[in-house]
Design a protein around this ligand. Structure first.
Ligand SMILES: Nc1ncnc2c1ncn2[C@@H]1O[C@H](COP(=O)(O)OP(=O)(O)O)[C@@H](O)[C@H]1O
Ligand SMILES: CC(=O)N[C@@H](CCC(=O)OP(=O)(O)O)C(=O)O
Length: 293
C-alpha cells in the first residue's frame, strides 16, 4: 500500500511540471561518454519516451566521441584534440561520419522504436538542417571541423509536427558540400537556440561542473555566465567541458530558459531534472537572476 501512496505522491509532485512543459521543446544532448551499457542507454531512452508521452517535444542530439576513439584505435590512428575538438583529417572524417550517422544514430532510433515511439535519425546534412563552415580555433587548422553558420529548423519542425522524435548526428556540410565533423555540444546548443527550446540538457559522464575534476564532491551547482571566462582561465574548466560550457552560455544568451549539465550515468537523471524541484548537476544562469553560487 505504502508503495502506491509514494507513487501517487511522486506523480502529484510531477504534475505542475508536466503542465509547465506541455508542448515545449527540450533539447537533450546525449554524450558518448554517458553511453556506457545497454541498460543505462535504455534507461535514458525510457525517460525521453516518458517526456514525449506527457506532451513534451524532445529533440535528441547525440555524440559518440568514445566510439570514434575506439574505431580510430582499430585502424592505428591516435585521437587528437584541441580545446575539446577532434583534429579531423580525411580518414578521421570518414570514420566519424560512419560511427555517428551510421551506427549510433540508428541505434538510438531503434531504441525509441522498441519503446513504441516514432523517431527519425538525421544528421545536419539532411534537409540542410545545419550549414557549416571550417572552424579555426585560435587560428589553428584542425581539419574538417565545422563551425555552425546557420540552422534551418524546417525539417525538425515538420518531424515534430508529425509526432516524431528527431535524433540528430553532429555532421553537416558547407555550401560546397564538404562534410564537417561538429562537436555535438555545439549542435545541441545551436538547435536549442534556433528552436527556441525551453530547456537544454547535457548528459555527460560527470556530476556536473566540478571545481576539482578528481573530487566528485566539488560540484558547482550554479554558474553565472559571466564567471565562465574566469573558470577557463583558472583551468577549472578544461578539455571536453570547454565546448559544453561555452555552448551553455550561447544558448542562455539566445533565450533558452534553462541549461543544465547532468550525469547521464545516474538512472532517471532526466526525470529528476525535468519533473522535480530538486535539480541535479550544474545549472547555468544569467547574472541578473541573482541565483547565487
Ligand atoms: N571542471 C570540470 N568539471 C567536470 N568535468 C570536467 C571539468 N573540466 C574538464 N572536464 C572533463 O570533461 C569531460 C566531459 O566532456 P566529454 O568527455 O567531452 O563528454 P561528452 O562525451 O559527454 O561530451 C569530463 O569527463 C571531464 O574529464
Ligand atoms: C569536432 C569534434 O570534436 N567532434 C566530435 C563529435 C562527436 C561528439 O561530440 O561526441 P561527444 O559528445 O561524445 O564528445 C568528435 O569527433 O568526437
Amino acid at each position: 500500500m505504502d508503495k502506491y501512496i509514494n507513487q501517487a505522491k511522486t506523480l502529484m509532485e510531477a504534475l505542475p511540471y508536466i503542465k509547465k512543459f506541455n508542448n515545449k521543446i527540450v533539447v537533450i544532448k546525449y554524450g558518448g561518454s554517458a553511453m556506457i551499457d545497454e541498460k543505462l542507454k535504455m534507461s535514458v531512452i525510457k525517460d525521453i519516451t516518458l517526456m514525449k508521452l506527457v506532451g513534451i517535444r524532445p529533440v535528441v542530439v547525440h555524440g559518440g566521441g568514445k566510439k570514434i576513439n575506439e574505431m580510430l584505435e582499430k585502424v592505428g590512428k591516435e585521437s587528437l584534440f584541441v580545446d575539446g575538438l577532434r583534429v579531423t583529417d580525411d580518414e578521421t572524417m570518414e570514420i566519424a561520419e560512419m560511427v555517428l550517422s551510421g551506427s549510433i544514430n540508428k541505434e538510438i532510433v531503434q531504441m525509441f522504436q522498441q519503446q513504441g515511439i516514432k523517431a527519425v535519425g538525421i544528421s545536419g546534412k539532411d534537409g540542410r538542417t545545419i550549414l557549416a563552415r571550417k572552424k579555426m580555433p585560435g587560428g589553428k587548422d584542425i581539419g574538417w571541423v565545422g563551425e555552425i553558420e546557420k540552422v534551418n529548423p524546417e525539417l525538425l519542425d515538420s518531424l515534430m509536427n508529425d509526432d516524431f522524435v528527431p535524433v540528430v548526428a553532429p555532421i553537416a556540410t558547407d555550401e560546397n558540400n564538404h562534410t564537417y565533423n561538429i562537436n555535438a555540444d555545439y549542435v545541441a546548443s545551436a538547435l536549442a537556440s534556433a528552436l527556441k527550446a525551453e530547456k537544454l540538457v547535457y548528459l555527460t559522464d560527470v556530476e556536473g561542473v566540478l571545481r576539482d575534476v578528481e573530487d566528485k564532491d566539488s560540484l558547482i551547482s550554479k554558474i553565472a555566465i559571466d564567471r565562465i571566462e574566469q573558470y577557463k582561465e583558472e583551468k577549472v574548466i578544461t578539455g571536453g567541458m570547454i565546448p559544453k560550457i561555452e555552448n551553455c552560455k550561447k544558448s542562455i544568451e539566445a533565450g533558452v530558459n534553462s541549461v543544465h549539465i547532468l550525469d547521464g550515468r545516474v538512472e532517471h537523471c532526466l526525470l529528476l531534472e525535468v519533473f522535480t524541484n530538486s535539480g541535479i548537476g550544474t545549472m547555468i544562469y544569467k547574472q541578473e537572476d541573482n541565483h547565487g553560487e
